[in-house]
Design a protein around this ligand. Structure first.
Ligand code: PEP
Ligand code: MG
Length: 508
């Protein structure tokens, strides 16, 4: 059976199917009477997480440890439902409702409890999955969490087929950056896959089959001579690379690292100054004489839930106003690592001048840039221009915060006219400072064309998109680009923009 989806990492791979069922499907795997053991493993996990951290974290964690050890809570969970996850959810909701009073302090507790519930359920779902995904298989699932994406990579999964169409959600970006052949938006993939043994991924097409197929698998990466690709009429487009994990550097030669998402180090427990310094220094040596752009931890929000006390604070504001200690550790590590002077620093989620000034005070001789990923920063790009060395456009967050919609939502419109207006405005106000794109729009066929048509000339993309980017750029020329930008800027709806860009893409 053949189906077409949206390709995230283009490749050709064949393998045995490994199905990752939805959380609800695990209901029979675990007896409700095991609840104490499960809570205990979550307690162990929490205690390990805060090991060596500030005393205040211990207090927060103790609050949850006490709930999880409380006999009445355990009884409540046992009485709610046969499905373990459902009964935990109902039990925590019941407690949460008790705190949902018109009192600020209680309100905070109820917000914390909601956050706690999601973390706990996510943890248990992860535990319930078979310890590792089967190596060398093709993973089929409805959707993945960040943890599951990381696990897929660790388990050397050959390819991924998903039902979701959340192009720019973090779990999918991780697969893209890692170059795992991935196709999304395959309706009913999980149900269909249950009838088959093997799957073939070929670019945007998926074939489920019971017969073995012999194929020549395509490599997703070939080395390049230069760090720019030229359009048909010779305009050079500078290319940099996005990485999420230090080991990705092994495949990168001759390119600047335009974005190193350090928050995944944090997620893997690498937070001490020395551990960070060693990693930054090693990468900076490996890319030298090219540049390593380290983005400060972008924690919070939908990415890495950190702060039980402030689940809604994100990026630079979290570091500056809620966790100076973590910020100081990272800054010191960067300074110590910058022996070859090829490190730059990128600040995430900036919205105000003060935030940048604060960071500048800490980083005297290192060039700093800011992410343009909040509408606020896009609208005052000219103000930032005076104090930063460069800009990096984060189209993923810029879109979700402009449209007030979660980036994993199915109705997320990355090509909405408002996004293009903001980008165009910000870019035009950024000159003469370098302005690059590290968001996913720059590694999406039609997005890349649109952004080049606006005059943007620097793109930081995943390694897995290099071949495709080259192919597209080499077909573009000034005439077609100016037609495209005019059409985008006069459009009323996303649909028109996408249609127009697809038309040009197909006619190249
Ligand atoms: C973005 O928001 O576009 C971006 C590059 O940052 P991240 O995807 O890591 O949030
Ligand atoms: Mg972002």
């Amino acid at each position: 059976m053949k189906l077409k989806g949206i390709v995230i990492v283009s490749s050709k791979v064949f393998g045995e199917i490994f199905i990752l069922d939805k959380i609800e499907d695990f209901k029979n795997d675990i007896e409700i009477r095991d609840v104490e053991n499960i809570f205990q493993s979550y307690i162990d996990y929490l205690l390990e997480e805060i090991n060596g951290m500030d005393e205040k974290y211990r207090e927060y964690v103790n609050f949850y440890v006490n709930i999880l050890r409380s006999k009445s809570f355990i009884q409540m969970v046992k009485n709610k439902d046969k499905n373990l996850l459902k009964s935990i959810s109902l039990a925590i909701d019941e407690i949460t409702n008790k705190f949902n009073l018109e009192n600020e302090h209680y309100k905070d507790i109820s917000t914390e409890l909601k956050f706690f519930k999601n973390e706990l359920l996510d943890f248990i779902a992860g535990k319930l999955e078979k310890e590792n995904f089967k190596e060398g298989t093709i993973l089929v699932a409805k959707n993945l969490t960040i943890r599951q994406s990381l696990k897929a990579i660790k388990s050397n999964i050959k390819g991924v087929i998903l039902e979701t169409n959340a192009l720019t959600s973090h779990p999918i970006l991780i697969l893209k950056d890692k170059g795992i052949p991935t196709v999304i938006s395959i309706e009913n993939a999980v149900e269909i896959a249950k009838n088959y043994k093997y799957a073939l991924i070929d670019n945007d097409e998926v074939e489920f089959t019971n017969e073995k197929i012999e194929i020549t698998e395509k490599s997703v990466y070939i080395p390049f001579e230069n760090d720019y690709f030229k359009t048909k009429d010779g305009i050079p487009i500078k290319i940099q690379i996005n990485i999420d994990f230090p080991e990705e550097i092994e495949k990168v030669r001759n390119f600047d690292i335009g974005l190193f998402r350090t928050e995944y180090l944090y997620l893997n427990g690498i937070i001490s100054k020395n551990e960070q310094k060693d990693i930054y220094e090693e990468i900076s040596h490996k890319v030298y004489p090219k540049i390593l752009t380290i983005r400060l931890f972008d924690l919070g929000g939908d990415k890495v839930p950190i702060s039980i006390e402030n689940p809604d604070v994100r990026g630079i504001r979290y570091l500056l106003y809620y966790n100076r200690e973590l910020l100081n550790k990272q800054i010191s590590a960067i300074k110590l690592a910058n022996k070859l002077k090829n490190i730059k620093v990128l600040i995430p989620m900036v919205s105000s001048i003060e935030e940048v000034i604060e960071i500048k005070k800490l980083l005297d001789d290192i060039e700093i840039g800011i992410m343009i990923e909040t509408p606020a920063s896009a609208l005052i790009t000219d103000r930032f221009k005076k104090i930063v060395h460069f800009f990096s456009l984060g189209t993923n967050d810029l879109s979700q915060y402009t449209l007030a919609i979660n980036r994993s939502d199915i109705s997320f419109q990355q090509f909405h006219p408002s996004i293009f207006r903001l980008i165009y405005y910000s870019f035009s106000k950024s000159k003469p400072k370098p302005f690059s794109v590290c968001g996913d729009m720059g590694s999406n066929d039609i997005g890349l064309i649109a952004l080049i048509s606006f005059g943007i000339r620097i793109f930081s993309i995943p390694i897995s998109y290099l071949n495709r980017a080259k192919e597209i750029i080499e077909k573009l020329d000034k005439k077609v680009l100016s037609e495209i930008s005019r059409k985008i800027m006069t459009a009323y709806r996303e649909e028109e923009i996408v249609k127009c860009l697809r038309f040009y893409l197909d006619s190249l």
